[in-house]
Design a protein around this ligand. Structure first.
Ligand SMILES: [Zn+2]
Length: 316
């Protein structure tokens, strides 16, 4: 990889760290492509790839996923936009028509959007992406000399900003990849108001973004000056999990936005149970800590997964 992590701002939990080290050192499907030296590509199923990149802001390294359907391919998330992601995807798919989607608008999942002409997302994510339509997106990643603060990378490898079309979708929107290969958008708010998962019914995988992570699922409440504060809550997450838990027969595993992949769907009822508990009794937390922005967070353990972190303002 051309990039090198300089500062890990958020400490990574040991099991996730060990898993990622093993995967990146020994997984036999791993491939690197000259066209994009900032990515490692893993083939998790015959037609499903994971694209690993380094985090450029010192947080957890993000995953992107690429599904190859019979007629179209789908790219889930676009990472930081450092390196030629579009060239990489075209090389893997052989230039197939491509649908690009975002699980949410956070920096580590959407800053590569401008390499593409069109990006689909849940309707609540659309205004957040609109606010990011600026060539100054990446300014905070480098110091006054143009050197990466948290990640060493060549600033010239950022593909220049270009406006792109944002297509806002309703919950349960279906993307057709050809024949009967369908992927469904499923709204899973909490970590972000418009946060979604994508259900690949053929592979029986839920690409769940940051709503399930082997480390810490952060639900931090309303963003100052931004809309939809009521959906940045454990309450909103719980309400949608009540519906998702009735659909466990439609998929087997979760592929999250960071760290451990291929997690059994049995963690969904575990997460739901904890979310119900938090809403009913927010003071019943397992431990408390302070995040990278100095905010106090309360933590609950989630069996088989990791933790969920919340604040007083992010419960209801
Ligand atoms: Zn993330």
């Amino acid at each position: 990889m051309k990039s090198k992590v300089l500062v890990q701002r958020e400490p990574i939990e040991e099991l996730s760290k060990a898993y990622m080290k093993e995967l990146r050192l020994y997984n036999k499907t791993k491939r690197e492509y000259d066209v994009d030296p900032y990515a490692e590509v893993f083939r998790f199923r015959d037609n499903v790839y994971g694209i690993f990149t380094h985090s450029a802001d010192g947080m957890g390294d993000p995953w992107m996923y690429l599904i190859i359907g019979p007629e179209k391919a789908m790219l889930i998330d676009t990472s930081f936009g450092i390196g030629n992601l579009k060239g990489l995807v075209d090389e893997i798919t052989g230039g197939m028509p491509l649908i690009v989607v975002n699980t949410h608008s956070s920096v580590d999942h959407s800053y590569g959007n401008c390499q593409f002409d069109k990006v689909y997302c849940h309707k609540i994510t659309a205004p957040f992406l609109e606010m990011e339509q600026t060539p100054h997106l990446w300014d905070f990643l480098t110091d006054e000399n143009g050197n990466g603060i948290w990640l060493d990378f060549d600033k010239n490898d950022i593909i220049p900003f270009k406006k792109y079309e944002i297509v806002s979708c309703e919950n349960h929107h279906i993307f057709h990849l050809g024949d009967d290969y369908d992927v469904e958008l499923i709204w899973l708010p909490g970590h972000h108001a418009g946060h979604t998962g994508f259900l690949d019914k053929k592979s029986r995988i839920l690409f769940c973004g940051d709503s399930f992570l082997s480390m810490r699922v952060g639900i931090n409440g309303p963003r100052p000056g931004k809309p939809y504060g009521e959906y940045f809550t454990v309450h909103a997450f719980r309400d949608e999990l009540e519906k998702l838990v009735l659909r466990l027969d439609e998929f087997d595993t979760l592929f999250p936005g960071h760290f451990i992949v291929d997690i059994a769907n049995t963690v969904i009822p575990n997460m739901l149970k904890v979310c119900r508990d938090i809403v009913d009794n927010p003071e019943n937390y397992d431990y408390m800590s302070v995040d990278t922005r100095g905010r106090e967070q309360k933590f609950r353990f989630v069996n088989g997964l990791g933790t969920i972190a919340y604040r007083d303002v992010s419960v209801k």
